[in-house]
Design a binder for this molecule. Structure first.
Ligand SMILES: NC(=O)c1ccc[n+]([C@@H]2O[C@H](COP(=O)([O-])OP(=O)(O)OC[C@H]3O[C@@H](n4cnc5c(N)ncnc54)[C@H](OP(=O)(O)O)[C@@H]3O)[C@@H](O)[C@H]2O)c1
Length: 430
């Protein structure tokens, strides 16, 4: 048993500062839980002269990662640099040198998790990543441990706080996407370059991580279909409300025999679902297990404190294992025979909003296109009529249909002379 557990911290930004502060403020609590103090021995940064919201001794800072890799006293490396490079190489190097790694890096875990977990096992160390999906909400550990007895059939998740803030604003205050995004940026909820959040890329990484654990198979970011929220207009929210739905950027994973589907896109969900009531920057993940039934995890998916809670839980668990001389965490067995189903093959219901010429016979042309592709309509509502333009807006809700057929219908309807614009197509999840 060592008299202290030494940590190499890589990154001292938003999350790194949260981790460093919590380690200092809770030093006695952690020492009690582990049986030895947790000590930060080295901190890797890019710019040591930067002012930071924590009190680190300057001699701990380094710009050279070898100072962490070469230090035999450092048992655990905490990687909170972010991005794929150089974080991926640093994690690989740390594991190869026999150090445990705790990371919050969704991009590296989603893209390379499979390979890195094998590398960790080869070197008899652990790679833990609770903070990589859902920030402060425990998700990885429940999927790895507490839900193991279940066959998980589906995950429906709101796992990007930025987009949920924007969509909540659009729904409750009737503002458009650009204004809602601007406000999210002013409040620090959205980055200056918001593409990763608003295009659904961030949520796709997190979904790949969660689905891999839930279905115990390899799920790569490329398997996840993703579509962003920028096409949504204020009127889509009004019509959704009239129809009894709420619009969310939903990350969906479903198991079907030997395949799985993984997709992130704006989705109409019924108003009375708990997920529909998750507002602002909050996240929620709904999991359907065969033994548990439906369960819901809810909380803060980002921020320095919630994220450091997840990272430090991993660190404490590892340190406890080390102090008890136990081997690293058991590996989840992965079944590589499951394949991702392409988006064109999924079946779901759709909401379609379009502007058409306001004259008799137009609806018949539209329903003929849909009928020929075996898409049946559950309701059609004629909305606003623009008398000057002699056009009308119609909203169609369909019964479940194949995505490929729906995309073909959209393309064929777009060619009809009477169709002025196909404004939006949103999938519906009942
Ligand atoms: N922010 C959140 O709420 C949140 C939530 C969940 C997960 N995460 C994940 O946590 C990780 C860190 O996020 P963050 O928001 O803390 O990022 P951040 O504020 O940008 O901090 C990144 C840190 O890494 C250092 N760094 C960057 N590139 C480096 C390099 N090449 N060599 C050495 N140091 C380098 C930076 O050093 P300098 O300070 O010297 O520039 C900075 O201290 C990411 O993987 C992110 O996805 C974040």
């Amino acid at each position: 048993m060592k008299d202290k557990v030494e940590i190499g911290l890589m990154g001292l930004g938003v999350v790194g500062v949260g981790v460093e502060n919590a380690l200092r403020e809770k030093v006695e609590d952690f020492a009690k839980q582990v049986g030895a103090p947790l000590v930060v021995k080295r901190i890797l940064v890019r710019d040591p002269s930067k002012k930071r919201a924590c009190q680190v001794q300057p001699h701990l800072l380094t710009t050279n990662p070898q100072h962490i890799f070469d230090d035999p006293g450092i048992d655990i490396v905490v990687e909170v640099i972010g991005g794929e490079s150089p974080a991926y190489d640093y994690i690989k190097e740390a594991l190869s040198r026999g150090k445990h790694v705790v990371t919050a890096n969704k991009e590296v875990i989603a893209k390379h998790g499979f390979e890195l977990l094998s590398l960790a096992a080869e070197h008899n160390v652990a790679l833990l990543y609770e903070a990589s999906a859902g920030g402060g909400i425990p998700l990885i550990s429940p999927l790895r441990h507490d839900l193991l007895a279940n066959k998980v059939s589906a995950i429906h998740a709101i796992i990007n706080g930025t987009t949920n803030y924007i969509l909540t604003k659009m729904a409750l205050e009737d503002v458009d996407f650009t204004a809602a995004l601007r406000e999210a940026q002013e409040l620090g909820y959205a980055e200056a370059d918001p593409a990763s959040d608003v295009e659904g890329i961030d949520a796709a990484y997190k979904l790949a991580i969660l689905a891999a654990l839930a279905f115990q198979t390899q799920v790569l970011p490329g398997d996840v279909y993703h579509e962003g929220i920028s096409r949504l207009a204020a009127r889509d929210f009004c019509y959704a409300k009239e129809l009894g739905y709420t619009v969310k950027l939903l990350a969906i994973a479903k198991r079907e025999d030997n395949t799985f589907q993984v997709r992130v896109h704006p989705t109409f969900i019924p108003d009375d679902l708990l997920l529909a009531k998750v507002n602002g920057v909050f996240n929620a993940v709904q999991i359907d297990g065969d033994l548990t039934g439906r369960i819901l995890f809810y909380g803060q998916g980002a921020g320095a404190l919630p994220t450091s809670s997840a990272i430090l839980a991993d660190v404490v668990r590892l340190a406890q294992n080390m102090s008890q001389g136990s081997s690293p965490m058991p590996r989840v067995q992965m079944d590589q025979t499951m394949a991702a189903k392409p988006i064109s093959e999924i079946e779901t219901r759709y909401y379609l909003r379009m502007t058409v010429a306001d004259r008799p016979g137009v609806l018949a042309q539209i329903t003929r296109v849909l009928g020929e592709l075996l898409i049946s309509i559950s309701s059609v509502i004629q909305k606003e009529v623009d008398e000057r333009a002699q056009s009308a807006e119609i909203v169609i809700m369909t019964h479940p249909a194949r995505e490929r057929a729906m995309q073909q219908a959209v393309s064929e309807m777009g060619k009809l002379e009477a169709v002025r614009e196909i404004s939006n197509l949103v999938r519906v999840e009942d």
